[in-house]
Design a protein around this ligand. Structure first.
Ligand code: NAG
Length: 593
């Protein structure tokens, strides 16, 4: 660009079409028009910010009809962008749902599923993880010159052979930068809001006990006995002591707080165990500084909230701010952080060049409670929740997309869409391509979002529970307002009469814990979104046709599944002591700044 400062200038435009040769054009232009030219040009590679909440129910957001919880920032995204009202996750649990999100494929294709009751990566000391030959949206964007980052929860594995081989670190899947939790929040991560001092005491105690043990063992079995006569009862006491010590050690080995509640920056452990209630604000600082560092170049940020998973660690100034207890406070805190992120994007002048997406990995968990108070999300009118195979509550999640000037504002799209669609959409936005050597189940959302087409490409979607297909939906191509859903298997709720699996805490996918339906249950979600009354041959003239069409589709889908090793089955999803991450010299792994 020459002659800046004058009214007229000359500019050389270099056009790089996706196919064909580079074209250079030199032009004399009015300087004021250059700004819009540059704006247009950079929109070839818009920034992408993908925000994912953890376990958030669709009924927890103002923009999806909640009138008592305050989520103004997320609602703003909906008002300024497109709201997807039939946005479906590929699984109702974290690990498989996130795998599908990252890869655009049903998790059964990569083996990130299980035929057992443990259906997520069970801890940081298991060798399981997202297979390295899977391609994520980060890898696609990176190939197109994007800077990529994951901030927040990963839950796709960490080590596979030894303590810090980091074989399943986000680095190996196209993310240039990582800050966050390689695992997931779970109850031990936040034993008690006032645990700070407790934790410090128990950490010191633990180290003391270990040191004492080393000394004691040396004294007892070492040289000392040659110099003094040690009475037998002292030796017995020592043995007893060692035994107690082993118990303490055992406890610390198995304690999730020490071994799984950790924070990492890149490949370094920054907190072990982490202070859960302040992780959110550190994560936000990390995100803002990533945006600042990369404001000049295209970037993709996957901001993966630890909110609103139990135990809902919340900063003190948000405690008691909602009408819905700790859970509501945590949702409102998350919304506050969404606001921070949106502000940072605005302040850096990136608003119009940034596509923002918001979703939740799956529905809220009905079974999680704090005493007698509900601590999980609210799935609105939908039946069931987290961990169930096919009921809508577990898989029907919020989906918001904003790209000012490029996507309509305030539009609602009622066509079925999937979290798996983000993968090909990122490919389309970044000018990349999806891998051609495998089945991609997602569809590029842009034509639907921009109104170029009216109908979703998803005629069928399949709903899995681990490796087991529990249900499927059919959106016939020719009728816009029907959404058939067929259930082959449903979980047995307990205790009898309940609407979730309160006794087992998580519903099962097979065996005694489920009911097999032959003939299958049929619902029309457009008339009965809460799946309350199954249709029968007597009440629905199309019953036979629908059951047969969906059965054929299931059969055709099954033919495309190539058997692979199951990552989340028993073999790979069990603890190995030598894989436990450690910020110091094992087993002295405590670092809480
Ligand atoms: C709003 O969300 C809270 C918290 O999950 C829930 O208890 C409440 O029922 C929801 N209200 C509506 C109207 O959906």
């Amino acid at each position: 660009l020459k002659g800046s400062g004058n009214r007229w200038g000359s500019v050389t435009l270099c056009l790089l079409p996706p196919r064909g040769d580079k074209v250079e054009i030199e032009a004399i232009v009015e300087m004021s028009s250059i700004h819009s030219l540059i704006t247009e040009a950079t929109d070839d590679k818009p920034n992408i910010v993908l925000i994912m909440a953890d376990d958030l129910g669709i009924g927890d957001l103002g923009c999806y009809g909640n009138d008592t919880i305050r989520t103004p920032n997320i609602d703003r995204l909906a008002a300024e962008g497109v709201k997807l009202s039939q946005h479906i996750s590929a699984a109702s649990l974290c690990t498989p749902s996130r795998t599908a999100f990252l890869t655009g494929r049903y998790p059964i294709r990569s083996g990130m599923v299980s035929d057992e009751n443990t259906r997520v990566i069970h801890s940081l000391s298991v060798p399981a993880g997202l297979p390295l030959n899977e391609t994520t949206f980060a890898a696609v964007a990176k190939k197109q010159g994007y800077s990529t980052a994951l901030i927040g929860k990963w839950h796709q594995g960490l080590n596979s052979r030894y303590r810090s081989d980091h074989n399943h670190h986000p680095y190996n899947y196209g993310f240039d930068y990582f800050y966050g939790m390689p695992f997931s929040l779970f109850t031990p991560c936040w034993p008690d809001p006032s645990r700070d001092t407790e934790l410090a005491i128990s950490c010191r105690l633990w180290i003391c006990v270990q040191l004492l043990a080393v000394t004691a063992l040396t004294l007892t079995f070492g040289k000392l006995s040659c110099w003094f006569r040690v009475p037998w009862f002292v030796i017995l006491l020592m043995i007893l002591f060692t035994f107690l010590l082993c118990c303490v050690w055992y406890y610390s080995y198995t304690s999730g707080l020490y071994w799984d509640c950790i924070l990492m920056r890149e490949e370094e452990i920054t907190e072990q165990p982490m202070k859960a209630e302040r992780a959110g604000s550190i994560m936000m600082k990390e995100a803002v500084s990533f945006l600042e560092r990369h404001r000049e170049e295209p970037f993709l940020l996957f901001y993966s909230f630890l909110h609103v998973h139990v135990p809902c660690p919340t900063m003190e100034n948000f405690i008691g701010t909602s009408k819905h207890g700790l859970y509501g406070d945590n949702v409102q805190e998350m919304d506050f952080f969404v606001g921070k992120l949106l502000d940072a994007i605005d302040n850096l002048g990136l608003r119009n060049h940034t596509v923002i997406y918001f979703t939740s990995d799956h529905g809220g968990q009905l079974e999680s409670r704090l005493g007698h108070v509900q601590l999980g999300g609210w799935n609105g009118i939908y039946k069931g929740g987290k961990g169930m195979g096919g009921w809508e509550g577990g898989i029907h999640v919020p989906g918001l997309l904003r790209w000012p000037g490029k996507l309509p504002a305030g539009k609602v799209i009622e066509e079925p869409t999937s979290l798996m669609d983000i993968f090909p959409t990122v490919a389309a936005l970044t000018g990349g391509t999806v891998p051609q050597d495998r089945v991609i189940d997602g569809q590029n959302l842009m034509p639907l979002l921009q109104g170029a087409v009216q109908h979703s490409e998803h005629e069928f979607l399949f709903h899995y529970c681990g490796v087991y297909l529990h249900a499927a939906r059919w959106n016939p191509k020719d009728s816009k307002y029907t959404m058939w859903k067929v259930h082959y298997v449903t979980p047995v709720f307990q205790p009898p009469g309940a609407q979730a699996c309160y006794e087992t805490k998580l519903c099962e996918c097979s065996g005694e814990g489920v009911r097999y339906h032959d003939p299958p249950l049929l619902f029309d979600l457009s008339r009965d979104p809460s799946e309350s009354t199954p249709l029968t041959g007597d009440t629905e003239p199309l019953y036979e046709l629908v059951i047969k069409t969906v059965a054929d589709a299931v059969q055709a889908h099954r033919k495309t599944i190539i058997p692979v090793q199951l990552q989340l089955g028993k073999e790979l999803n069990e603890d190995r002591v030598w894989l436990k991450p450690c910020c110091g010299v094992f087993p002295f792994c405590l670092y809480s700044p």
